[in-house]
Design a binder for this molecule. Sequence first.
Ligand SMILES: Cc1ncc(COP(=O)(O)O)c(C=O)c1O
Length: 390
Amino acid sequence: MARRVISEREEELPVSTIGELIKITEESKGIVSLGPGEPDFDSPKHIIDFACKMLREGKTHYSPPGGRTELREAISKKLKRENNIDLPPEQIIVTCGSTEAIMLALFCTIDPGEGVLLPDPGFLCYKPTVEILNGMPLSVPHKESDGFQFKTEEAEKIIVPEKTNIMILNTPSNPLGVVYNKKTLEEIADFVTEYDITVLSDEAYEKFVYDGEKHVSFASLNGMDKRTITLQSFSKTYAMPGFRVGYAAGPENLINAMKKVHIYSSICSPTVSQLAAHMALTGPQKCITDMLKEYDKRRKIMIKRLCEIDGISCVNPKGAFYAFPNISRFGKKSLDFSKWLIKNAKVATVPGTEFGRMGEGYVRCSYATSYKKIENAMDQIENSLKNIKK
Ligand SMILES: Cc1ncc(COP(=O)(O)O)c(C=O)c1O
């Protein structure tokens, strides 16, 4: 019998349908894509110029594992100033994007068979990462009827108390665009205290909130800093996804454990990227408000146009750069609906099921694309859906 080369763990990972959709998109001509999960803006010029200068000055060596001191110091100040989280630089680890931080945090906190509460629909790397680590994903349904807020009643129904010590929170959320309100966060704080659960608070979209909403870091709530690892990133905030810099901040024992594993996973986030991230944090911040203003304009037109289409309903997203319209009245599964839209409306979206079982009946539309393209996409979707029976 031939020796098995691919691990069972890998073989059991679900295959993403995004590959199939990208193929269809490439084969069809003139597609407007509402698929992107990253800013369409270029990284700010002053950051790029500084990164180029640093490369020319020979900053091409490894950084200290865990991150360069001046960057961790700047992050510590930022967390205090903007997030009301008071942690010294030693309790911060700089990672290759927050994706690596999610992997490290889970690696250090769950043993095989242990449960992790995570949002459904939720960012598509959570569940597979838990599965790679042989953990047990416990999906907490987020329902349109609740405005997609986290409901502790839902978590109560699925928690396996003796086996669950981690919960992933994501606000503002990908793909829902929901921003958890204060009441939700306080209920979650009571819940995690009762069950003695550690929280991974993914705040990758912290800067993109609209309509006067405020982003509240979970660790800033009374007593929650003792049980929370805060995950943040430069990818969305400063439009630097390709630099690969994120970070985690939290209790000393957990961050130290993550530092230990980080040496084996990547050694360090690229040195030039860490220098660029330091420039991002300490340089002009206008780039963020400029992007926020533009996203908000696009959000408004996208939501208005989606809600005007007969058969579509859409919760008004208060954060991130995604809309998550309900398309269930067209009688097609999310994946089929997305394929249908590519062929008939020439618009690419991401099926809601990419983000979990609860995403059935929805598609994700990103407004990290130009205003003009959004208008065109909405015209094309509206026209193509006119003749479909609901
Ligand atoms: C909710 C959320 N968290 C984390 C990430 C990972 O971002 P990065 O690894 O670039 O920091 C993403 C990327 O799309 C995301 O949507």
